[in-house]
Design a protein. Structure first.
Length: 254
């Protein structure tokens, strides 16, 4: 069996797992952050959990780029740069910036599941872009698909970073509790960070025009939309004066 045939099978299998994930997340909320609870095995600190979960996405993508011959064309470097723009931050900066209860951990099982997801996802994306898919020329950077996708990617990334910063600044160093976030997109939805992240990976799917990108965008939505709904319900149950016009993750819709 060729690697390309295995890749195609993996894409379909991964789509199937995304469907199962969204169905199970409608019933079971991943047990970290405000939804943390016992019964998921040994815990690691939140910080260690985030690094363990996200570092493989950055390192594996880099590894598959090297394995693909370390292409130095403008398009390959743009793909590598945009991916790392997200994952270097998420794996090596974000975990050290969050404020919260240092005693609150994350189940090791969740961190390892996240790491496994990230390695498979890095494979599906990087192997297509740097080996199995067509080698895109520099003129791809002027293609409307690249330009529209890059606008979505960067807009989503900016929204996600802004939204994460608003949440971080709700707490003074050493504070652990929760407050109602205010301002900007928070007036419309409870989770602009998840909204921004989903838009970002839809942008990635468009700018790479790849099966790996498409399946990752679906996975992101499958993971984050149910979690946004859980967060939204949690806010409504904790804050009697929670703004009634606010939706979970899509302004005016959901
Ligand atoms: P959350 O919004 O649940 O939490 C983000 C941080 O803000 C946590 O430190 C949390 O503290 C704190 N926080 C959240 N709400 C409040 C509040 N109302 N008052 C005070 N502090 C608050 O996000 P996640 O932890 O789930 O995700 C973090 C980032 O990772 C997001 O940008 C998300 O998009 C991204 N992510 C991406 C995934 C993907 O599939 N691509 C999957 C999961 C996350 P505490 O931990 O104490 O709750």
């Amino acid at each position: 069996m060729t690697e390309r045939a295995i890749y195609d099978l993996l894409v379909w299998a991964w789509l199937g797992v995304a469907v199962l994930t969204v169905l199970s997340l409608l019933w079971i909320t991943a047990p970290y952050g405000r939804h943390a609870r016992g019964g998921w095995g040994p815990q690691v600190s939140n910080r260690v959990g985030w690094v363990l979960m996200e570092a493989p996405a950055s390192l594996a993508f880099l590894g598959f780029w090297l394995y693909g011959g370390a292409p130095l064309g403008a398009t390959a470097l743009a793909f590598l740069g945009l991916w790392q723009l997200h994952y270097v931050y998420r794996a090596f900066i974000y975990p050290f910036a969050v404020r919260g209860d240092p005693a609150r951990g994350m189940p090791l099982s969740i961190a390892l599941m996240g790491a496994l997801f990230n390695v498979v996802n890095a494979y599906l994306n990087a192997r297509w872009l740097f080996g199995l898919g067509p080698s895109l020329p520099a003129s791809w950077l002027a293609d409307p698909r690249f330009l529209a996708g890059a606008a979505l990617f960067l807009g989503g990334l900016a929204t996600n970073r802004w939204a994460d910063r608003v949440l971080r600044e709700l707490r003074q160093p050493g504070e652990h509790g929760y407050k109602v976030p205010r301002g900007g997109l928070y007036e419309r939805i409870s989770c602009p960070n998840y909204f921004g992240e989903t838009v970002q990976w839809i942008g990635w799917a468009v700018l790479t025009w790849s099966p790996g990108g498409a399946v990752f965008a679906l996975w992101t939505a499958a993971n984050l939309v149910p979690r946004a709904v859980s967060h939204h319900r949690w806010y409504q149950s904790k804050f009697a004066d929670y703004p009634p016009e606010r939706r979970a993750v899509i302004p005016y819709v959901l």
